[in-house]
Design a protein around this ligand. Structure first.
Ligand code: AMP
Length: 313
């Protein structure tokens, strides 16, 4: 089952304590597509300007991402984002956001993109996300991501769009900001009351939490020795999660969703090892399998009762 994604395709300028990049391939949909392409066919819906180079398109083509629904607008500039991270890499400080071509983008999806059974509304203007959701009538599972920028500037539209999807993936600060609820559990409940059956709370270097009908599941993050740049980690997480889910038939059992969470964490952890999508460009399926197994080992324990308790009774 293929997955269609709409979201930003961008040039990013990035700065972390470990270096900088002035102009590299960025955008939520780019990161998502590269990660999801390890699991399934991906169709990318988006727009770039005349300044977008073949070099960046080739990165996407190398992962066999279908670009039929990626428009290029003459005489216009691509989405541009500049961000900086401090030593702990926890918070992205936005230095500049230029929507450029995305300000006017009105996507008309191809028949093939409309027929995808899985859909991801990556981070972009919520009206735009909604228009794509409405065109993808065939999607049996739709996920959504967003960020503080849209919660600040288009909250009502975002809430309306959330009502049309099955899964919401946000970080803990965004979940609390969007719902006004002080605890993660309350925020997840409030989101699930809007319609989505699944809420994934991304907790950065503390891992991820999953809220579904069945209850709560938690996963730590991978204990990385070297973290260089977290840009796109959330999108890579979503790509691993939805890409894996797309290899199963919905409705998904909790076991499938939990494995999706692990694959999301695997892809996100690799993403952080280098700038932008540089690490994922060099990633292999074997490395993904190995880290998936490490997650299983990391989170498994034998429930052996305390000997002293038995002795006391
Ligand atoms: P993440 O680190 O996963 O939250 O996403 C980082 C990516 O989101 C970067 O590559 C940016 O190009 C893109 N981005 C940043 N701000 C926005 C925005 N307001 N709307 C859409 N995409 C954005």
């Amino acid at each position: 089952m293929s997955v269609t994604v709409v979201g930003s395709v961008a040039y990013d300028a990035l700065e972390t304590p470990w270096g900088k990049r002035d102009r590299i391939l960025g955008g939520a949909a780019s990161h998502f597509s590269i990660a999801a392409s390890f699991f399934t066919d991906v169709r990318l819906v988006g727009v770039v300007g005349e300044d977008f180079r073949e070099e960046e398109l080739d990165i996407l083509r190398a992962r066999k991402i279908n670009l039929d629904d990626l428009q290029q607008v003459e005489g216009a500039k691509s989405f541009f984002w500049a961000g900086r991270y401090d030593y702990d890499l926890d918070v992205a400080h936005t230095l500049d956001t230029q929507l450029n071509v995305f300000a006017e983008f009105d996507p008309q999806l191809s028949e093939a993109a409309r027929e995808s059974r899985a859909l991801f509304l990556a981070n972009i203007q919520p009206d735009l996300q909604r228009r794509v959701r409405q065109q993808c009538g065939g999607a049996r599972f739709a996920g959504l991501d967003s960020m503080n920028y849209w919660i600040d500037t288009a909250k009502d539209s975002l809430l309306e769009t959330i009502g049309l999807v099955d899964a919401v993936l946000l970080n803990d600060a965004e979940l609390r900001m969007l719902t006004g609820k002080p605890s993660l559990a309350q925020a997840a409940r409030a989101i699930r009351e809007l319609g989505p059956s699944t809420v994934v709370a991304k907790l950065g270097k503390y891992g991820a939490g999953l809220f579904t009908e069945e209850g709560f599941f938690a996963l730590p993050s991978y204990p990385l020795e070297t973290a260089i740049d977290p840009t796109g980690a959330g999108d890579s997480f979503a790509g691993g999660f939805l890409g894996y889910l797309a290899t199963h038939e919905p409705p998904y059992s909790d076991d499938v969703i939990r494995c999706g969470l692990v694959y999301g964490s695997v892809l996100a952890s690799f993403n952080v090892e280098a700038f932008g999508s540089e690490r994922l460009q060099a990633l292999t399926e074997k490395e993904i399998d190995e880290r998936f197994r490490e997650f299983k080992q990391m989170t498994h324990f034998e429930p052996l009762p305390a000997r002293s308790l038995a002795a006391r009774s």
